[in-house]
Design a protein around this ligand. Structure first.
Ligand code: ZN
Length: 290
């Protein structure tokens, strides 16, 4: 089966074809306004003659199948995309079934079925880039409730000596406000990738990410956590995060799984195809959405 996969991001739209669990075609388009970007996406998938489409999108999204606005991107600050009927537009234009979930839920699903969490029904994917998001697969289902979880915005305690006020327009010092790529740039004045040789930057970053991860461990008891996204490409970060998580847990959760921290918190294993493969899985196995 030839399935289309769309990873809809705030800066780029990655369009791909997935067959038998392999990405066989892939292009990337800049995200502009819907009027400019949607026709390009539709043209691509129409030409590829896909039979169905899985979409992993930036949010927030309405994922309630009983809601009249299911499939909409809702309260995003991104120009033109606010209350935009993403899934509906694609469905009408392509006349094929469309499945939708968040980009991070799709990445969690992709890693669970094809990557670093194969065989696990309980895992979390965290992306640390411009913003922070977490996708949660729990008992083999992607978590939804009245909407999807928004773990990038959980409160964190300021680390002693850090006076940065945070960059989240809603909460200031939430996890995203203190540890996203935007926060790193705001606190230190230069982009994350230019601070690779400054240990104090990464130690502080690890302290905040660990707070988010500890909350996630306590809330969802995942069997593995994948740390991805542009900021997490810094190779020095992962060992610091593992150490900080162990310290912050303070022995309270001490299963054998958590004691083996090197295989508990891991890097993605799918070369940036994790969300696309998750889109494919949404179509192939709709039961994962409950
Ligand atoms: Zn926030």
């Amino acid at each position: 089966m030839r399935i289309g996969a769309l990873e809809a991001g705030g800066t780029k739209m990655v369009c791909a074809v997935v067959e038998e669990g392999q990405v066989t075609e892939r292009i990337s388009l800049p995200t502009r306004s819907p009027a400019e970007t949607m026709p390009e996406i539709i043209e691509y998938f129409a030409a590829q003659q896909v039979e169905a489409l899985g979409v992993g999108s930036f949010g927030p999204l309405d994922l309630d199948r009983n809601s009249p606005t299911w499939g909409y991107i809702t309260a995003t600050p991104k120009d033109g995309w606010r209350f935009y009927d993403l899934a509906g537009e694609l469905q009408r234009a392509l006349d094929i079934p469309v499945a939708l979930d968040t980009d991070v839920n799709c990445a969690a699903l992709g890693e669970a079925r094809f990557g670093s969490c194969v065989g696990l029904d309980d895992c979390v994917y965290i992306t640390v880039g411009t913003g922070i998001g977490m996708g949660v697969l729990c008992g083999g289902r992607l978590i939804h409730g009245m909407q999807h979880p928004e773990l990038g915005h959980i409160p964190v305690a300021p680390v002693f000596g850090d006076n940065y006020q945070g960059c989240c327009p809603y909460h200031g010092r939430c996890l995203e406000g203190m540890a996203s790529g935007s926060a790193l740039r705001g606190r230190w004045g230069i982009p994350a990738q230019e601070m690779a040789d400054r240990p104090e930057v990464w130690q502080l970053e690890a302290e905040y990410l660990a707070q988010g991860i500890v909350t996630c461990i306590l809330a969802y008891a995942p069997r593995r956590i994948v740390l991805g996204g542009g900021v997490a490409h810094q190779p020095q970060l992962l060992p610091l995060v593992r150490a900080a998580v162990t310290r912050q847990l303070a022995g309270y959760v001490s299963t054998e799984v958590v004691k083996d921290m090197d295989s508990y918190i891991v890097a993605p294993a799918l070369n940036d195809n994790q969300a696309l493969l998750g889109c494919y899985e949404l179509v192939r196995d709709p039961s994962v959405q409950g």
